[in-house]
Unconditional design. Structure first.
Length: 301
C-alpha cells in the first residue's frame, strides 16, 4: 500500500461514485477500480458495500477513510514545511571592533553575501568586551575582537596576530627613520584608544610596553581610533595601531614598523560555546580560504 492508494480511496469515498472519483483524479475508471480492489485484497477486508448507490463504506472502510485523510493531510504539511525550511531566510548577526574594518572584514562580508545570498547578515560595531555579553544575550552570533577574554560560555579562536605599527605626523622628526623602537617613542606624547570599556586595545598596548620594562611618560586618551588618527594628523602625538590600519592613507600621517616583534594585536573570533550553526562554520571556512588565497599568515588550529 502506498500514498496513491490512500488518495484513490479517499476520492472514491468522498465522491460516492467511481466515475466521478476517476474524473477528480484525472485517471480512467478501470485502473481506479483495479487499485481499489487491490487495496481490499491487500487488507483482506471489504472497504466498500458492493452494489450500493451512491457507494457507501463498510465499517472498516470508514475507519480506513478517516485515517487515510489524516495521513494525506500530514503528508501535505510535511511537504510544505520541508519546502519552508529549505527556503527560509537564515540570518547571522556579527559584532566587530572598528579596527577590523581595516583588515579583511570588508572582503569577508562581501564574499559571504555573494556566496550565501539566502543568509541575511547584520553588522554591529562594538568593543571586544561588549561582544562577550552580546553573544550571551543572543544579540550577535559571532564577534571579531582583539582582546583575549576568558568566558566559560564563549568559544574563542585567535585567527591571526597583526604586528603593530607607529602612526606619526608626516613632518615628525622620527618619520626619517625606516623602523622605530619602543624606546624611540617612549618620551613622545602617545595617543591611546579607546577610553572605555576596559580591558581594551589601550591596555593591550600599555601592557606591551611594560613587557619590555618600559613606562610611557605622556599619554593622551582618545575616544576611538578615528579620533586618535585625527589627533596624529594634528601633530598632537603618535599612536600605535594594528598594521592593517595602514590602509587608511592620509597625506599628513605616515606609518613606521616597530622593531619589537612581540608588539602584536590578535584578531579573535568568538561564538557561543555550544553554537554549532552551519552559518558560523561557513563563515569560518571562508575566512581561512581568503587567508590562503591572499597569502596572509594565520594561526593554524
Ligand atoms: C582579518 O583582518 O584577518 C579579519 C578581520 C575581521 C574579521 C575576520 C578577519
Amino acid at each position: 500500500m502506498d500514498l496513491r492508494h490512500l488518495r484513490y480511496f479517499v476520492a472514491v469515498a468522498e465522491e460516492g461514485n467511481i466515475t466521478r472519483a476517476a474524473e477528480r483524479l484525472h485517471i480512467a475508471q478501470p485502473p481506479l477500480s483495479r487499485q481499489i480492489q487491490q487495496l481490499e485484497e491487500e487488507l483482506g477486508v471489504s472497504l466498500l458495500v458492493r452494489g450500493s448507490r451512491p457507494l457507501t463504506l463498510t465499517e472498516a472502510g470508514q475507519f480506513f477513510y478517516s485515517h487515510a485523510r489524516q495521513m494525506l493531510s500530514q503528508t501535505r504539511e510535511l511537504a510544505s514545511m520541508t519546502k519552508r525550511i529549505g527556503t527560509i531566510k537564515r540570518s547571522m548577526s556579527i559584532g566587530f571592533v572598528a579596527s577590523a574594518l581595516y583588515g579583511m572584514l570588508p572582503k569577508i562580508i562581501r564574499r559571504f553575501r555573494a556566496e550565501h545570498n539566502t543568509i541575511a547578515l547584520s553588522l554591529h560595531e562594538m568593543s571586544s568586551i561588549e561582544q562577550i555579553s552580546a553573544l550571551k544575550e543572543g544579540k550577535i552570533d559571532i564577534g571579531f575582537g582583539r582582546i583575549r577574554y576568558e568566558d566559560p560560555n564563549v568559544r574563542r579562536i585567535v585567527l591571526r596576530e597583526e604586528a603593530l605599527v607607529v602612526a606619526l605626523p608626516q613632518e615628525h622628526p622620527l618619520a626619517s627613520k625606516a623602523t622605530l623602537s619602543l624606546l624611540d617613542i617612549l618620551n613622545e606624547t602617545l595617543i591611546f584608544f579607546p577610553q572605555a570599556p576596559s580591558p581594551n586595545f589601550a591596555d593591550q598596548v600599555l601592557a606591551g610596553f611594560r613587557d619590555y620594562g618600559l613606562e610611557p611618560t605622556k599619554i593622551y586618551d582618545a575616544r576611538d581610533l578615528q579620533v586618535a588618527m585625527s589627533l596624529v594628523a594634528a601633530a598632537e602625538g603618535l599612536t600605535l595601531v594594528p598594521g592593517s590600519v595602514q590602509q587608511l592613507k592620509r597625506e599628513d600621517i605616515c606609518y613606521r614598523p616597530l622593531s619589537e616583534r612581540k608588539m602584536v594585536s590578535p584578531i579573535i573570533l568568538s561564538t557561543r560555546l555550544l553554537d554549532q550553526s552551519k552559518e558560523i562554520e561557513l563563515l569560518i571556512k571562508m575566512i581561512y580560504r581568503i587567508y590562503e588565497e591572499d597569502n596572509i599568515e594565520y594561526i593554524r588550529h
